[in-house]
Design a protein around this ligand. Structure first.
Ligand SMILES: C[C@@H]1O/C(=N\OC(=O)Nc2ccccc2)[C@@H](O)[C@H](O)[C@@H]1O
Length: 473
């Protein structure tokens, strides 16, 4: 008898659980605009595909080393890793004289690398502001440099046609009103002051620098902010009213239930997902194709700020980074590659070399990146497909040469492969051989490529004769 009662109870619980899943939670401060955004600003963000991240602050001065000891953890967290007193850390401001800072050179390096946008840390967790803020003295104005380096930066990058975005950390270790959680009336009063400070600084940034295209929020994981769903909802609306077209990442928000990135009904907040940090989706993951997203990536294993000693971890090669850029594009994502300028304002030699080598590849092959997205074709082992819906072309970027010596592609039965051509003579010529109603071999005369190369495919729909149209997912 007991067994039957147990079965009945378990069945009831299962049904209740299933029903609970279907019931939409009441979410007042979740997503409020339709995604994916189709306005011009977001189209441009999507077409850009490749961006440069810049982490620069007081942490670049010690560069991961304190009192002769190397701290392997992320250098922008050295204050905590080395247990440095706030007053000691904050006094680094008096050493921030940046004699080598040359924003025009930075912009030229970025342009040559092939990025179309840049995101710079206006304020990281340490609370030091790269611009002269009306709301704090812990800013560039009180350094030996004194000048508004952010204005010089925005002007230099805008002059070469690179869109500028601002990273802003809500978490602020310097501000006395920061609270990790709200456990008392005192906490509540303090955090209200912090929220007002945050709002003031963000309005200041989008007003002083109207060129800014987007805000990249970070430092929003603590309970204090997760309990501020209505505030962050209203703040996003305010900032977008002040800067029409402004683009905001998913890290800004938590809904009123504390759910981050996606609201409690699983709807993405902000305008694109920014959870892919130092990692990419599985190359065959189709779920990410349904939304805009961005992967942010470090060149070393985990250093966003400048670290003096890159021998402490793996340092990704230009080829590894190019493959990540192509994979992101193939799955409807953007790729944001991080640079950590030195404490004196110079760009380290290793980063200059990465920028140069990626730039050389982009100069030849960027047609497969800019304005491209998923091709909605079955992924093959040789590499990744990207697709430009404006010219209807499908791009095969080959990273892995098959032992077979032939590149296999599989098309929907309704389509046929009309032409395969090369952007560069990495291989001499290509022959097409259809081996089944859906499968083709693309056969190079010989494979001697030393770098990833691109094959342009012209695929037509048999019925309409029109170029391949991405299936509307
Ligand atoms: C881009 C990085 O962002 C950070 N932190 O990011 C996260 O915490 N990311 C995160 C957290 C939870 C889920 C997914 C990503 C910072 O602490 C770090 O210094 C750097 O600025």
């Amino acid at each position: 008898m007991k067994k039957y009662i147990l079965i009945v109870v378990l069945s009831i619980l299962t049904i209740a659980g299933a029903m609970a899943q279907d019931i939409k939670k009441d979410v007042e401060y979740g997503q409020y605009n339709g995604l994916p955004r189709q306005d011009q600003a977001m189209q441009k963000w999507r077409e850009n595909r490749f961006g440069q991240f810049i982490h620069w602050g007081l942490y670049a001065i010690p560069g991961g080393i304190w009192e002769g000891k190397t701290y392997p953890y992320a250098s922008e967290f050295l204050r905590g890793s080395a247990k440095i007193a706030t007053s000691t850390w904050d006094s680094l401001i008096y050493q921030f004289d940046i004699p080598k800072y040359n924003p025009k050179e930075w912009a030229a390096i970025a342009k040559n690398m092939g990025v179309k946008y840049v995101t710079i840390t206006t304020k990281h967790h340490e609370g030091f502001c790269l611009w002269p803020s009306e709301y704090t003295d812990f800013d560039i104005e009180n350094t030996p440099y004194k000048k508004d380096l952010l204005r010089e930066f925005v002007d230099a990058y805008t002059a070469v046609g690179i869109d500028v975005n601002f990273y802003y950390s809500v978490l602020d270790w310097h501000h006395p009103d920061w609270r990790y959680d709200i456990k008392s009336d005192e906490d509540r009063a303090a955090f209200e002051r912090l929220k007002q400070f945050t709002k003031n600084q963000l309005v200041e940034l989008v007003t002083r620098y109207p060129e800014v295209k987007g805000l990249w929020f970070d430092g929003t994981w603590d309970n204090s902010w997760k309990k501020s769903g209505q505030f962050s909802y209203e703040l996003e609306k305010l900032l977008k009213n002040k800067r029409p077209g402004l683009i905001v990442n998913s890290r800004m928000r938590a809904d009123e239930h504390g759910s981050r990135h996606f609201d409690s009904n699983g709807i993405l907040m902000g305008d694109y997902e920014s959870g892919y940090e130092r990692r990419l989706p599985n190359p065959t993951d189709k779920e990410v194709l349904t939304r805009d997203w961005e992967c942010c990536m470090t060149i070393p294993e985990n250093q966003w700020g400048y670290h003096k000693d890159w021998s402490i971890s793996h340092v990704k090669s230009p080829l590894e980074l190019i493959e990540m850029l192509v994979q992101c594009t193939s799955q409807n994502g953007n790729f944001l590659l991080n640079f950590g300028p030195m404490g004196n304002g110079d760009i380290r030699p290793e980063e200059r070399e990465v920028a140069k080598e990626i730039g050389e590849w982009m100069k030849v092959n960027s047609e497969a990146i800019y304005g491209c997205g998923p091709a909605d074709l079955e992924k093959q082992d040789w590499g990744y497909y990207t697709y430009n819906e404006k010219n209807g072309k499908v791009y095969m970027t080959v990273f892995n040469n098959p032992v077979l010596g032939k590149y296999k592609i599989r098309l929907p039965k309704s389509h046929t492969l009309k032409k395969a051509s090369l952007i560069t003579k990495q291989v001499e010529s290509l022959e097409i051989k259809q081996i089944s109603p859906t499968d083709y071999f693309i056969i190079p005369d010989k494979i001697n490529n030393k770098k990833p190369f691109v094959i342009i495919l012209e695929i037509v729909d048999r019925a309409s004769g029109k170029f391949h149209q991405k299936a509307l997912t």
